[in-house]
Design a protein around this ligand. Structure first.
Ligand code: TMP
Length: 242
């Protein structure tokens, strides 16, 4: 196996099959474009299993993903895709950069779900893109953009419903998509507490309710515990549905 790429939270390896890659989920955690670094114990394992569970759930709803199968506790086999260099963020409730940039207050419910496109570019700090900038940069075609928007909203519906059944509010999340060898758009990357804001519905306290990477970003403590809670609720819910 050859290491093809090492990112902040995952490593990508080649396999014997040129159409397939292996993703290894790391325990490393970063925030603020890697200015803050740390380790979240067993994060790789938990994020891998949460991603597999959610991708399988989405597949069962007709969403195409790059997932082939889980092959170890923190490793999955995926279809080789060309990643579209756009981070697609969906927001249901105001938090994070939306609050910082607009003055909305954390916890404000948005009148409708918001889909935003960010340039996946660490050197530039992943800036928010306008539709026109995105087209000028040729990051996607107009048709692909429409498809990404539709897919993101559809995925949001399914995930909101799933997390609600785990007594978790899906505040916002980030998706990445890739194009396979047939030109199809597939959901790629991961969906985990690293890439979502998840609030515990049984907690009203704005700090206690946080079950995601904001605990690490904002030094709220109990980081591992939050990831374990999400992991347990997601896995328990899926096994009860089988
Ligand atoms: P933001 O409020 O910081 O823009 O984040 C929106 C969502 O995207 C949040 O659920 C966390 C996720 N996210 C990532 O997955 N990767 C990133 O690099 C950033 C900045 C956010």
């Amino acid at each position: 196996m050859e290491k093809l790429y090492e990112g902040k939270a995952k490593i990508l390896y080649s396999t014997d099959n040129p159409e397939e890659l292996l993703t290894h989920f790391k325990d490393d955690a970063t925030a603020f474009n890697a200015q803050k670094r740390g380790t979240i114990l067993e994060k790789g394992k938990m994020n891998c299993q949460i991603t597999v569970a959610l991708f399988q759930w989405l597949e069962s709803k007709g969403i195409l993903t790059h997932l082939i199968q889980q092959i170890a506790e923190e490793q999955i086999l995926v279809k080789r895709v060309q990643i579209i260099p756009i981070e697609v963020v969906v927001r249901n409730i105001a938090a994070g950069s939306l609050c910082r940039q607009t003055g909305l207050r954390e916890g404000d419910k948005l009148p409708h779900s918001l889909v935003e496109f960010y340039f996946k570019n660490d050197e530039l700090g992943d800036p928010l893109l306008t539709r026109d900038r995105l087209l000028i940069l040729e990051l996607a075609t107009e048709e692909q953009l429409k498809e990404l928007q539709t897919l993101a909203l559809e995925i949001n519906q399914h995930l909101q419903q799933f997390f609600a059944s785990c007594q978790i509010t899906l505040v916002d999340f980030k998706l990445e998509f890739g194009i396979d060898s047939h030109g199809k758009i597939l959901l790629a990357d991961e969906i985990s507490p690293d890439t979502c804001r998840l609030w515990d519905q049984s907690e009203q306290d704005p700090e206690k309710r946080v079950m995601d990477k904001d605990r690490f970003r904002r030094d709220l403590g109990q980081v591992e515990n939050a990831y374990q809670q999400v992991h347990k609720r997601v896995i328990d819910k899926l096994s009860s549905l089988k």
